[in-house]
Design a protein around this ligand. Structure first.
Ligand SMILES: [Mn+2]
Length: 319
């Protein structure tokens, strides 16, 4: 199991009420990541963490780390706070596309395999606020233009139901797939965030297979939550069997990218928290490896639901 981390979570984070952890620069975050045994893959935010490419590459090399992805942020700048890719203003949309293209340039220089984008500020807060048709067509056009640029660096979209908008434009796995189908560029994919999928009312294993069956790429973020909010808890802390089922299908697919941690240490010790998180994920991955997966698949084909319940009890929960 190749594990990685979005290094923003190794620095300071804020919610509406509190700040968590102490600030850290990119090198300090990388050094913390390297202290966690299983973290080799790094996802970093363009342009706020990526810095000067040669220096960043030296840091990565000296710590024995590799890039999992470049995560382009098109929500932080003042101009993008009310939205970016879907906005009526062509000038604003062009600036958002330019950010994604620059992230692809950086990814190409440092040898990162893909660029992922979670367009969190695109969407709406009120009803009668945006023209849904125009917003969708704008998103198809802008994301499509960004995808066309340097297609050897594929562009992935990460759906999320809400936050920062009350309702995001790319809210679900199905919406992400519809976007990619409307664009029609094979150099695209979906970043499946386990927690986003859970609190959008999905089942992450089923969402993973929807993406895989579409023929588009898939890249996985792991975490957990209470299925009501994107709490970014450690994997398996709430939805054990959902996580086991997603890993089952990831193994069936021969998933070979990183499982990138998109979890927040919140009030807990950073390195210790992520060490426990990675140990749990590795242990469950190994349990899934030991399963007779074909036996599960055969029972599904035969619609033997009670036998499957028994297999889940004895082989997965170990009861
Ligand atoms: Mn994520």
């Amino acid at each position: 199991m190749k594990q990685g981390i979005i290094i923003a979570f190794l620095g300071q984070s804020q919610d509406r009420f509190s700040s968590y952890q102490s600030p850290a620069n990119t090198f300090e975050k990388l050094k913390l990541a390297a202290q966690v045994e299983s973290f080799k893959g790094i996802e970093m935010i363009y342009p706020y963490e990526t810095g000067e490419s040669m220096e960043t590459m030296e840091w990565m090399g000296s710590l024995g780390l590799e890039f999992a992805a470049i995560n382009v942020n098109i929500k932080k700048e003042e101009i993008f706070v009310p939205g970016a890719l879907s906005r009526p203003s062509k000038e604003i949309r062009d600036q958002a596309v330019s950010y994604i293209k620059q992230a692809k340039d950086f990814a190409e220089t440092v040898g990162a395999p893909l660029v992922t984008c979670c367009p969190l500020s695109d969407g709406y807060d009120h009803l009668f606020q945006v023209n849904y048709s125009d917003a969708w067509k704008n998103t198809v056009e802008t994301f499509g233009e960004a995808a066309d640029y340097k297609p050897h660096i594929p562009l992935y979209v990460e759906p999320k139901f809400n936050e920062t908008r009350v309702h995001c434009t790319i809210d679900t796995t199905a919406a992400a797939l519809l976007l990619l189908k409307d664009i029609g560029n094979p150099a695209t994919g979906v970043t499946l965030d386990f927690g986003h999928s859970m609190y959008a009312g999905e089942n992450p294993a089923r969402s993973l297979m929807q993406i895989a069956d579409s023929g588009f790429g898939y890249y996985i973020h792991i975490n957990d939550n209470d299925a009501r909010h994107d709490w970014d808890l450690s994997s398996g802390s709430r939805h054990f069997l959902h996580f086991a089922e997603m890993l089952f299908y990831a193994k069936e697919l021969g998933y070979d990218k990183h499982f990138t941690t998109d979890a927040s240490p919140r009030i807990f010790d950073r390195v210790g928290y992520f060490q426990k998180h990675t140990e749990f994920a590795n242990a469950l991955w190994e349990l899934i490896e030991r399963l007779d997966r074909q036996a599960f698949l055969d029972l599904m084909a035969q619609e033997k639901s009670l036998e499957l319940m028994e297999m889940v009890k004895t082989e997965i929960y170990r009861l």
